[in-house]
Design a protein around this ligand. Structure first.
Ligand SMILES: *Cc1c(COP(=O)(O)O)cnc(C)c1O
Length: 237
């Protein structure tokens, strides 16, 4: 077994353990392997072992890997900030966009999406209300969602942008128990927005290498794990 396979299997074991601990059904959490800066050959190796979901932060890097690995059955996740002028490189090209946080980006995506196509999206929430971080502030979420819905930019069932839930990168993310209260807040925010809007918002994308167990215990449906799978990240190529 390669070191990469060993680390990946260790994360799968950690996920199963957290699911059991939280009395959640086995397999209820999707693992997105965050492959930013790591070579396409690592992605191919994991894909052969059965890993299907991969996350990339930079649209250009993701598009290059998509082209190189076009023969493989991969679900690509866009997890980094997307400028609205890059909407054409994202719309219809990713299984899930985790970082919708502005109306201009939503409009750009809608404009670039092929007729009748569906693009699943999550709204990135700046759950800790940190000025330097991306995402919509929690107090602004009701108005943001209403603007997207009333403007016909998102819907629950598609076609077009299909709003599936929320994503966050909390303060002190990666630090185990320190992140847990923020995961609770994101789940509670989702519950309250779902009540207000009538949408299910089933997906919660939260938890990384250092805190994915806590995220699973607090209701994550998607975790995004890089370092624990691929090892330390090389510098940006
Ligand atoms: C890089 C990154 C991750 C993975 O972080 P690790 O600590 O390496 O697991 C997860 N989510 C986002 C948004 C990232 O940018």
């Amino acid at each position: 077994m390669t070191a990469l396979e060993e680390r990946w299997r260790r994360v799968l074991d950690g996920m199963s353990e957290a699911e059991r601990h939280a009395s959640r059904p086995a397999g209820s959490v999707r693992l997105v392997a965050v492959s930013k800066f790591h070579p396409a050959s690592d992605i191919a190796e994991l894909c052969r072992l059965g890993q299907r979901d991969f996350g990339e932060n930079y649209v250009q890097e993701a598009r290059a890997k998509q082209q190189e690995l076009a023969d493989l059955d991969i679900r690509w996740h866009a997890i980094g900030a997307v400028q609205s002028n890059k909407a054409k490189d994202v719309a219809g090209r990713f299984f899930l966009l985790h970082t919708l946080a502005s109306e201009p980006l939503a409009r750009g995506l809608v404009r670039r999406l092929p007729e009748g196509a569906v693009q699943d999206v999550l709204i990135e929430v700046n759950i800790g209300e940190e000025p330097q971080k991306a995402g919509v502030m929690p107090p602004d979420m009701p108005a943001f969602m209403e603007a997207l819905l009333k403007g016909g930019l998102v819907s629950e069932g598609g076609p077009g942008l299909r709003l599936r839930g929320l994503m966050c990168l909390p303060p002190r993310c990666g630090e185990g128990e320190e992140a847990r209260p923020w995961f609770v807040r994101l789940r509670e925010l989702r519950d309250s927005l779902a009540r207000q809007s009538g949408l299910a918002l089933p997906e919660l994308s939260m938890g990384m290498s250092g805190d994915y167990r806590q995220a699973i215990e607090e209701g994550a449906t998607i975790i995004r794990v890089g370092t624990e799978i691929f090892g330390p990240r090389p510098v940006r190529p």
